[in-house]
Write a protein that binds this ligand. Structure first.
Ligand code: GSH
Length: 196
């Protein structure tokens, strides 16, 4: 398979973490979104959504949307148990991540890391929603070590990508020890160095 992505993007890193953990062989093609490379005709032919990540399979079929991709790659592995209700609980977190976590935490980081805005320019409503999302994660991790089930699943990978980079958007995890321990737990399993 070929993965089209940007290694600074958490959405793309979700796909890398999943593929690496599963030991999948893939070619990585860098797409520079700051130069609009995901909006050119050749890329739009692979995904009309015009965003990375996109995965192209050997038979030419393409798949976009990070959480759809990791869910598909993980089928048959411990990252996505077969039980239908367990999968639905994983989907709960995947949808929540896209609706309530990524638009606040990832977008705030995007403004700072990609657009070079200052911390003072952060949008208050996104900051408030991001803080709420992190608080909810802290509460959830008071009950269990993983978001769904007794081992790491794609729900953890989807949430990990931008949570471990949240400080780059000015979010402070100091008062969220369970989230910090969960990040370390995920990093150990995925063999990742702590993010700077
Ligand atoms: N919901 C999508 C979001 C993808 C997304 O926002 N990709 C960004 C990078 S993180 C992108 O390609 N931006 C360039 C653009 O929109 O032109 C997913 O989860 O894959």
């Amino acid at each position: 398979v070929r993965i089209f992505g940007d290694l600074n993007s958490g959405n793309c890193l979700k796909v890398k973490y999943t593929a690496d953990h599963l030991g999948l062989r893939y070619d990585w093609t860098d797409v520079d979104i700051t130069k609009g490379e995901s909006r050119v005709a050749g890329f739009l032919a692979k995904s009309p959504m015009g965003q990375v990540p996109v995965v192209e399979f050997d038979d030419g079929r393409c798949l976009a949307q990070s959480n759809a991709i990791i869910r598909y790659l993980a089928r048959g592995s411990s990252l996505l148990p077969d039980d239908a209700f367990t999968q639905a609980k994983i989907d709960e977190w995947l949808f929540w991540e896209q609706n309530s976590h990524e638009p606040s935490i990832a977008t705030t980081r995007y403004h700072i890391v990609y657009l070079n805005r200052s911390l003072e320019e952060r949008e208050a409503w996104r900051v408030a929603r991001g803080e709420q999302a992190l608080d909810l994660m802290e509460r959830r991790l008071g009950e269990d070590e993983w978001f769904v089930g007794r081992t790491m699943s794609v729900a953890d990978i989807a949430l990990l990508a931008y949570t471990r980079l949240a400080h780059q958007g000015g979010f402070d995890l100091a008062a969220r020890p369970r989230v910090r321990r969960w990040i370390s737990r995920c990093e150990r399993v995925l063999n990742l160095q702590p993010a700077s």
